[in-house]
Design a protein around this ligand. Structure first.
Ligand SMILES: *Cc1c(COP(=O)(O)O)cnc(C)c1O
Length: 228
């Protein structure tokens, strides 16, 4: 069997077990950055049609060769001037962390007559080099996003600090789960808070145990990629 498909099957089984106490299996988003379209298309045999990409240029380049059934989530740092290139190509933008970006997504979405689902990126580890709002800013920024008719706020996402011992991330994953629940329970008009996107190749089991609804996994599916 194809290793990509084997990896997907193994990860799904692990997620089902790790997420069981939440009564919900986290959905697997395959992160296909730097992976050529031919290999990405193999995911279809596993019934996996949800992928994540983090470069606007790469999406535009790969799109013609990708199976038309894929839903693409934008998961990386997004410059305001790139929004217009991807607005009608992606199903969600997971990494919204500032008002100027929210406003640009709103403007471009409205031009295309759509309402773009978005997540707020949270800098849960308080790392200077990472994007994301602070945990304290989540609720006020959620109200900002909710006021834009071209945005549909659907939840929160984070990228964890790269600690050698992944078990030490558990308090941060739990804090994200709490933020997600608080935001959901606030029930801000116009929002529909259903997604907590956290967990990558090295820490997804912890994320699933802490109540992730979606995990974003690249190298554990496709193998180690060539770095930029
Ligand atoms: C690359 C990337 C991932 C996946 O990383 P892996 O360690 O390969 O699983 C997840 N989320 C974001 C935002 C990424 O940029």
């Amino acid at each position: 069997m194809d290793t990509i498909l084997e990896n997907v099957a193994r990860i799904r089984a692990e997620l089902a077990e790790a997420g069981s106490e939440w009564g919900q299996v986290p959905e697997l988003i395959a992160v296909s950055k730097y992976v050529d379209a031919e290999r990405v298309n193999r995911l279809c045999s596993a019934g996996l049609f949800h992928i994540g990409e983090n470069h606007a240029q790469e999406i535009l380049k790969k799109l013609p060769e990708l199976d038309a059934r894929f839903e693409i989530d934008f998961i990386g740092q997004l410059q305001n001037n790139k929004v217009k290139h991807i607005i009608d190509k992606v199903s969600m933008i997971q990494s919204v962390d500032r008002d100027t970006l929210a406003r640009e997504i709103d403007r471009r979405a409205q031009q295309h007559g759509l309402r773009m689902p978005v997540l707020i990126e949270v800098n849960i580890g308080g790392e200077a080099q990472k994007g994301g709002v602070t945990p304290e800013e989540v609720f006020s920024f959620a109200r900002t996003c909710a006021a834009y008719p071209g945005l549909k706020l659907s939840g929160v996402m984070c990228v964890m600090p790269n600690l050698p011992d992944k078990a030490e991330l558990m308090p941060l994953f739990r804090r994200m789960r709490t933020l997600f629940e608080q935001l959901r329970d606030l029930a801000i008009a116009g929002t529909d808070i259903v997604e907590l996107s956290m967990g990558m190749s090295d820490d997804y089991l912890y994320a699933a145990r802490a109540g992730a609804t979606h995990v974003r996994i690249g190298s554990a599916i496709f193998g180690h990629r060539m770095q930029k």
